[in-house]
Design a protein around this ligand. Structure first.
Ligand code: HSE
Length: 311
């Protein structure tokens, strides 16, 4: 059998969800990428080889998340009896369990690669539905799939996403601490109910954030990245969080937030400001004061989402 025609290589961007006030609905694709090389096999062997970030901890065999996504797609298009196994090779640059969407890259990578091999039976909206079902919320998988800045709405299990390119050229500065944070734990610390006051705090900022990005109004952004729904509760999980936000803003950032469920913190500035290095150093230094070693990534917004690199 010719394995080559059952092979596809996909590049998927790391993502930052929430962007401050948009808990579980806003996300942005960034220019840090994971690569997934998939070959579908007719036999039931699963071979997983990983290189790069967290490679030693990536499950091999059937528990592998990319395989689970591939398997889900095969079931959806009723081809699971034809392809029972796979060779999955990944090269990972996105830090694991840090709030940069590494699990979404595996899910989206598996779905997009398998879909390509099978002749694209599903469109991107259908892939988004499967990816959201596997991940549990859309705010990482949507930008991983579509690129750009994304707004996602869930309604009775269906997801609708609007993806756009802001009219402001953003620079994203991510401070990556040397500790992992599980999304499960970071969701466990959240309250079941919130006050009307906090809801209004977030609705107003999330709305302002999108309006300012769509219209190119950087002057409105300093109001727009704050949050009252999740960050105050997650603060205890990331030592120095508020102080790192302040340090980033003092160095000229327009705003700062937890990236996804953490542990990374992300700050936003414009390309025009030229302040990204200064902001990066300020964040790393402030983390250090709070006993946290970190490294900074200076990223741009990814415009394209998941891309087929080889077929
Ligand atoms: N919106 C999610 C959260 C992102 O903050 O828990 C984590 O994947």
């Amino acid at each position: 059998m010719d394995n080559k025609k059952n092979r596809a290589v996909v590049r998927v961007p790391g993502t930052s969800a929430n962007c401050g006030p948009g808990f579980d609905c806003l996300g942005v694709a960034t220019t840090i990428y994971n690569y997934l090389d998939l070959t579908l096999l007719r036999g039931s062997k699963i071979i997983v080889e990983s290189k790069g970030e967290g490679a030693e901890n990536i499950p091999r065999g059937r528990k592998n998340l990319a395989w689970q996504a591939v398997r889900r797609l095969l079931q959806e298009v009723k081809r699971e009896d034809e392809f029972k196994g796979a060779i999955i090779r990944t090269k990972n640059n996105v830090p694991i369990s840090r709030g940069l969407g590494s699990s979404s890259t595996a899910i989206v990578g598996g779905l997009v690669a398998a879909n390509e091999i099978l002749g694209s039976p599903l469109n991107r909206q259908e892939l988004l539905k499967l990816a959201t079902e596997i991940e549990g919320h859309p705010d990482n998988v949507a930008p991983a799939l579509f690129g750009g800045f994304t707004v996602s709405v869930m309604d009775k299990g269906e997801v609708q996403t609007f993806s756009f390119l802001p009219r402001i050229k953003l620079k994203l500065i991510v401070a990556v601490p040397d500790f992992e944070l599980s999304t499960r734990l970071a969701r466990k610390v959240l309250p079941k109910h919130i006050s009307m006051k906090d809801a209004i705090f977030n609705i107003s900022r999330a709305s302002m954030l999108i309006a300012a990005l769509v219209e190119g109004r950087a002057d409105l952004l300093p109001l727009a990245f704050d949050d009252a729904l999740h960050q105050p509760y997650r603060k205890k999980l990331v030592p120095g969080m508020s102080e790192v936000f302040e340090a980033a803003k003092n160095a000229g950032a327009l705003g700062a937030a937890i990236s996804g469920a953490g542990s990374c913190l992300i700050a936003f500035t414009t390309l025009k400001s030229g302040l990204e290095d200064k902001i990066a150093s300020a964040m790393v230094e402030e983390f250090k004061i709070h006993g946290v070693n970190s490294k900074a990534l200076i990223l741009d917004l990814d415009r394209r989402g998941a891309q087929i690199m080889k077929r």
